[in-house]
Design a protein. Structure first.
Length: 288
């Protein structure tokens, strides 16, 4: 009996201790570490618990830190970089033409007119990549039209080398050349210019050259033998030169002037004595 009572008491004590341990474990379980989630019933749509409104997110887009503090760099919008400004040509508000480097060294202004500017222009050409015709091209033109050029320049202040240079740039020696603007012949005379200087048929080489030389001679007197303004006037007309008080800001004219000057340098190599001015005489050497 005593043994049975002892066993009963021992069992009761064990039962009480097991319950106490279970309750204690339940009470000290860390909150939030374990969470039992039941499976949703069939047909139930997923539920999303919205913890912050869009307005709250906009007001405070960054959630509070729960760990180590992080340094978040401030993002700023870089200042816009202004576009680089290309060099401007004297006397204009914007760069004009291909040879800006040439016009940055040579003034296009009418008040700078001088026959001595040829040397200055040649120096400017050396710093500019200006296209020049081949020597053989000029030699071929001189062989074909040299006599007409020399005859037309007698008694004028126009160098035959300048006439040869103008022909090479204007028509490359093509007697029947006609431009889209209506200019005709070796020296590309406009109908009004041809009539003005007594040319009846601009497609006849000797008449065309004579009319072109007369116009160049007139321009030399008008602009004090200044090579820059004379060539600008030949391309754009003397009226445009006076209107703009110098070389007009036309891309074609601003390119034409240095191209003819570059051709003049090549043409001078064909003279028995190289001209120092665009008004100097020149006798072409015979081809070998």
């Amino acid at each position: 009996m005593y043994f049975r009572d002892a066993m009963f008491c021992a069992g009761a004590v064990a039962f009480l201790l097991t319950g106490a341990i279970s309750v204690s474990a339940t009470e000290i379980e860390p909150r939030g570490v374990y969470k039992r989630i039941k499976a949703p019933k069939p047909g139930t749509r997923p539920r999303v618990t919205i913890q912050i409104t869009p307005e709250q997110h906009a007001a405070s887009p960054s959630a509070p830190s729960t760990g180590a503090k992080l340094d978040v760099p401030e993002v700023t919008t870089p200042a816009p970089v202004p576009p680089s400004n290309p060099p401007k040509i004297a006397g204009t508000t914007e760069p004009v033409g291909t040879y800006e480097a040439f016009w940055s060294r040579i003034s296009p202004e009418l008040q700078q007119a001088s026959a001595g500017r040829l040397a200055e222009a040649v120096q400017a050409l050396s710093a500019t990549d200006v296209a020049a015709p081949r020597l053989q091209t000029l030699q071929d033109i001189a062989d074909a039209r040299g006599v007409d050029i020399l005859r037309s320049t007698v008694g004028t202040n126009v160098s035959p080398a300048l006439v040869l240079a103008v022909i090479s740039v204007e028509s490359a020696g093509k007697t029947q050349a006609v431009s889209s603007a209506g200019a005709q012949g070796l020296m590309q005379l406009m109908p009004a210019t041809a009539e003005r200087f007594g040319v009846e048929d601009s497609l006849k080489p000797e008449q065309n050259i004579e009319g072109g030389v007369k116009y160049l001679h007139w321009l030399m007197e008008e602009f004090d033998n200044d090579p820059i303004l004379v060539l600008a006037g030949y391309n754009a007309g003397e009226g445009a030169v006076h209107k703009h008080s110098g070389v007009p800001p036309y891309a074609e004219t601003r390119d034409y002037v240095p191209k003819v000057l570059a051709a003049f340098q090549v043409a001078s190599a064909l003279c028995t004595s190289a001209p120092q001015f665009v008004s100097d005489p020149c006798v072409f050497q015979a081809a070998n």
